[in-house]
Design a protein around this ligand. Structure first.
Ligand SMILES: *Cc1c(COP(=O)(O)O)cnc(C)c1O
Length: 416
């Protein structure tokens, strides 16, 4: 069988000048193979193989081996925090932290997030109380948080969406004044900073995800970071079934351990992290420059004066100006082999079990509803080049330029 060149999707150049040339109308797709959002960033393979070989030679595969220890040290140093508890994924990191903080009853979370933030609460029978977000930052709106506090509220979970930090100071002030625990789901914000201080050091503690689709991956993985050593010790025991010593269990624990192989991948990702960030920054600048000329499309900005991982390329579509909705553009791109994502559609409050448990939640979430209708996330990362960005933006520009024809064709196809 002939091998397919890995970069084959770069080999064809297409400039669209008539709507019929869009793949939607039967033209050649702009990309010859599918392009995904969240394609893994992968560091130096040879270095990873060396590490894997060493792990197998040592026969120490998990349970806090030298690779996990080295990985935790690197995370601690980068985040400038005292403690790091590496875990098997970001969801377990959230669950362990929520339990270790003693959250119960109700906890305030944004509805505009990945569903795992809410699941980590509901899994332990804590009610996620969905809060609306700020239309500019897409993060928890502190004024709305305050309105949702009841006698049953025990905590607040902020999410630094797209790697852009929450209004940390306002949330800290509310948590302190109202006697609530404050933690952050920093799954998007590894290697990002807020007012010059690295994400990881805010609130009681923060959690990361190192899932394959995140900017920095350990295949699957996560971590909890904090400056509270007592809390960290508790979480280390919870990560390992609650074992204090050989035959002594002192907490309800789980199995949240990171494996040595995952830690080896993490160390390999650390080696390449500057390159990941550089390619993300390059793509962000290129996209921003070119998307600016398309009516109705705007890039959700990152603060380039802060450390930023540039992992998410987020675009908002104003249907009234573009003549096409976000969903129309996602379909146009899909025909071109680009799988743009509708994050976070339809909103956590519209997913089960929350839709059944809290059917009216959407009434107080106008911004979340609007964002879940208008935001799309585009491919980026070290495997996506500026030439490919040109190609993608060109398609979007042509679709918007021929919006009435595109709409008519989408309508025709949906009725066919
Ligand atoms: C990815 C993600 C998680 C879950 O992390 P996993 O490692 O996939 O379990 C939680 N919260 C947010 C905001 C995420 O994006």
């Amino acid at each position: 069988m002939a091998t397919i060149p890995r970069n084959s999707r770069l080999s064809k150049i297409k400039t669209v000048s008539k709507p019929e040339q869009l793949a939607l109308f039967g033209g050649q797709p702009a990309f010859s193979s599918r392009v995904h959002v969240g394609r893994p960033n992968i560091g130096d393979k040879a270095r990873l193989y060396e590490r894997l070989d060493d792990i197998l030679e040592r026969r120490w595969l998990t349970n806090g081996g030298p690779y996990v220890q080295a990985f935790e040290t690197r995370v601690r140093e980068m985040c400038n925090v005292k403690e790091c508890v590496a875990t098997c994924n970001g969801s377990i990191a959230l669950e362990i932290l929520i339990r270790a903080l003693g959250m119960t009853g109700e906890v305030i979370v944004p509805a505009y997030t990945f569903v795992a933030t809410a699941h980590a609460l509901q899994w332990q029978e804590i009610k996620p109380v969905f809060c609306d977000v700020d239309p500019k930052t897409h993060n928890l709106d502190p004024a709305r948080v305050e309105e949702l506090i009841t006698p049953r509220t025990t905590g607040i979970i902020g999410v630094h969406l797209w790697g852009n930090p929450c209004d940390v100071e306002a949330l800290e002030e509310i948590a302190k004044r109202r006697g609530l625990k404050l933690m952050f789901d920093a799954a998007h914000a590894f290697a990002c900073s807020h007012k010059g201080k690295m994400i990881g050091g805010f609130g009681e503690a923060e959690t990361f995800s190192f899932h394959a689709t995140k900017f920095f991956n350990t295949f699957e993985g996560g971590a909890i970071v904090t400056n509270d050593s007592e809390l960290a010790e508790k979480m280390r025991l919870m990560r390992n079934f609650g074992f204090k010593s050989k035959d002594k269990v002192i907490y309800l624990g789980s199995n949240g351990k990171m494996t040595e192989i995952c830690a080896a991948m993490g160390l390999t990702s650390f080696d390449a992290m500057d390159d990941f960030i550089a390619s993300g920054a390059r793509n962000y600048e290129h996209y921003s420059k070119h998307i600016a000329r398309i009516p109705g499309l705007s890039v959700v900005p990152h603060d380039t004066s802060e450390a930023c991982n540039y992992h998410y390329m987020v675009v908002q579509v104003d249907e009234a100006l573009a003549g096409l909705s976000r969903d129309d553009l996602v379909k146009v791109l899909e025909a071109e082999n680009v799988l743009a994502r509708r994050y976070f559609y339809p909103g956590v409050h519209r997913m089960e079990p929350y839709l059944s448990l809290q059917p009216m939640a959407g009434l107080v979430l106008p911004v979340t509803e609007e964002l879940s209708r208008t935001i799309m996330v585009l491919p980026t990362g070290d495997a996506f080049s500026v030439e490919e960005i040109d190609r993608l933006v060109n398609v979007v520009e042509e679709a918007v330029a021929h919006a009435p024809a595109v709409r008519a064709e989408l309508e025709r196809q949906s009725n066919a």
